[in-house]
Design a binder for this molecule. Structure first.
Ligand code: FES
Length: 81
């Protein structure tokens, strides 16, 4: 099972973590990936200095924005399930 974790710490919240979560939830639904992805949120992942929302996939941290969330999901998440 792939672990997908979006930071909802205050810095990432301001950068749009809510929108990133919405996009991921929608794609998990559309692609019927509920039983393949453990979708979680976390508090600060100590990546606040970066411009995007901290998103980890199996503990590898990426930077994602509301604009890039859809492409990111296809590239880094759904292809690995
Ligand atoms: S609040 Fe998300 S990395 Fe710090």
């Amino acid at each position: 099972m792939l672990e997908l974790c979006v930071c909802i710490g205050s810095s990432c919240h301001i950068k749009g973590s809510y929108n990133v979560i919405q996009t991921f939830q929608q794609l998990i639904e559309e692609k019927k990936l509920h039983d393949k992805i453990n979708f979680k949120s976390s508090f600060c992942q100590k990546q606040c200095q970066h411009p995007g929302v901290a998103v980890s996939v199996n503990n590898v941290v990426f930077q994602v924005t509301a604009e890039t969330a859809g492409d990111f999901f296809v590239r880094e998440v759904s292809t690995k399930t």
